[in-house]
Design a protein around this ligand. Sequence first.
Ligand code: SD4
Length: 325
Amino acid sequence: MNFKMEIMIKRRNFLGAGLFALSLPELMLDLFNDKKAHKPIVIATWKNTKAVDEAWKFLADGKKAIDAVEAGARIPEQDPNDTSVGFGGFPDRDGHVTLDACIMNEKGDAGSVVFLEDIMHPVSVARMVMEKTPHVILAGAGALQFALENGFNRENLLTDKAKKAWEEWKIKSEYKPKINVERHDTIGILALDNSGDLSGACTTSGLAFKMRGRVGDSPIIGAGLYVDNEVGAATATGLGESVIKKVGAFSIVEMMRNGMHPDKACKEAARRLLSVKTKEPFQVGYIAVNKKGETGAWSLRPGFAASIVDSQGYRLVNAKSILSE
Ligand code: SD4
């Protein structure tokens, strides 16, 4: 059975009817829609314009989605002005920049690094974990050792700007997640390539001034990122603890598997965040893309946006939010 038929059967079953309940015009419509697959396409969290542009170069060249998402994710990682990712990321409350990243390819392979220090490109280390080891996650000192053994250089990632922000924060030492204004630029990036294959990556320095050792959702397969090449891909940004509790990205992919449009699936995942109890108000944003190249972006609160590039060019899409409907 081919992919289209399988999807149709699954979707119809989900709706409570078998494939044989489909009328011929409906069947034709489904096939027609499938033909209109919108690829290649890349979508990323926030206004990550340079990252999606970089990823697009790979896709437009006919290269693989996995190479596109890695190249895109490396852009904010090396940007000293991006205070949520890689070099220039705000440190933990003890002044150390600690990084989390993961990546998934079209085969369902996954690699992840958590609590990694002194390496500019955790997404590339995550890819190496995926491709060169029998494991999925390497943490802390072990992840650093693996990176150094594989040709990555040890670098100081704490910029003067980030150090100054940390010194100012230390005066009060109050940890309060701020909605949108922390320059939440954590990048989750998803791509569908010309061959119809999906991949995704997610990379972050985590929440500013977090407790030492804290790991967020971004490197957790199923929470910050999930890719299923039969169905679609999803990724998250925002307060990682909330995303982990709701297994955000995986639940979006599962909803898409059952026939939901990516936008509806992101909306439902964002709605589920309403039951997460936190001391302070928090923000989470979700994006998704399905096998047809249809996309979605929703957040809990207003202020979230997604960057998209396809054959029509670049666009910044302001996500709808549950608490502003
Ligand atoms: C985390 N989800 O570590 C990340 C933070 C984030 O933009 O998205 N910041 O919880």
